[in-house]
Design a protein around this ligand. Structure first.
Ligand code: F6R
Length: 263
């Protein structure tokens, strides 16, 4: 597990976008796991810029989104389908048939969830999974108490998630859908690499628990301690409750030095 601490949220997006660009240049048919929410917006902007200015080619890329609300149409302004087209899909050349977001209109959720897992496997598995983190430590919509080996399924949102997401629904907590389809924690753990981005003081408690606390279903992101290749890319504010800040900064500086010597 690597922890990269940067002064500002903008620098997180630079690092994350460069990791994705490098991976895409090495593997044009990269399989990306994608998140929504406020955190990855800057990352999508940076990738769109690379597409426009450096001709970064997404034509062979396949994507799988983590989650989607149940109970609002996919055309709803706050659906994750709408979010992904407004922030990313409209501006890059990922073929529509390669874009996967959980379907919230199916009449057979169980069958759909199995087919979502199968589609990930038949695409060759997720190469890079982008993650945000909830203030309660959730990843995807895997709320506290989720099985650490769960697969794609339906979850009810916790009251802290409903409260946090109300800002996207004109502050109306009652307007936030209470249920969602989400990749499971086991599904996320199968990704070859995870990049978890977090910024701001509000995330500092969740980051400290996820990185340095015990592994527990009560803090779903803590399972990432067991993942062979996870990078937490966080700003100073989100890092502020970590105990080993000095160590994380020194390790990252050493790795950067080593990489530059090898080039
Ligand atoms: C959304 C998702 C969620 C968010 C988390 C943080 O696809 O997976 O776990 O990453 O709720 O949301 P923001 O970034 O809005 O703070």
């Amino acid at each position: 597990m690597e922890v990269i601490i940067q002064p500002t949220p903008n620098q997180l997006t630079v690092i994350a976008s460069e990791i994705i660009r490098d991976a895409l240049l090495k593997k044009p048919n990269l399989v990306l796991g994608l998140a929504t929410g406020s955190t990855p917006i800057g990352l999508y902007k940076a990738l769109v810029k690379m597409h426009r200015e450096e001709n970064l080619d997404f034509s062979k890329v396949t994507t799988f989104n983590l989650d989607e609300y149940i109970g609002i149409p996919i055309e709803h302004p706050q659906s994750y389908h709408t979010f992904m087209s407004e922030h990313f899909f409209e501006y890059v050349n990922i073929p529509t048939e390669n874009q996967h977001i959980p379907q919230n209109t199916t009449d057979n959720y169980e069958k759909f969830c199995i087919s979502y897992e199968e589609a990930i496997v038949s695409a060759g598995g997720i190469d890079i999974q982008v993650l945000g983190i909830g203030t309660d430590g959730h990843i995807g919509f895997n709320e506290a108490g989720s099985s650490l080996s769960s697969r794609t399924r339906i979850k009810t949102l916790s009251s802290s998630t409903l409260k946090a997401n109300a800002m996207h629904f004109d502050g109306q907590i009652n307007a936030v859908p209470e249920m969602a389809i989400t990749m499971g924690i086991g599904t996320i753990m199968d990704a070859k690499r995870c990049l978890l981005l977090a910024s701001g003081d509000a995330k500092s408690g969740a980051i400290a628990k996820a990185v340095e606390g015990p592994i527990t279903a009560m803090v779903p992101a803590s399972i990432l301690q067991m993942h062979p290749k996870t990078t937490f890319i966080i700003d100073e504010a989100a890092a502020s409750k970590l105990e080993e800040i000095e160590y994380y900064k020194r390790s990252y500086a050493n790795m950067k030095k080593l990489m530059s010597q090898n080039l």
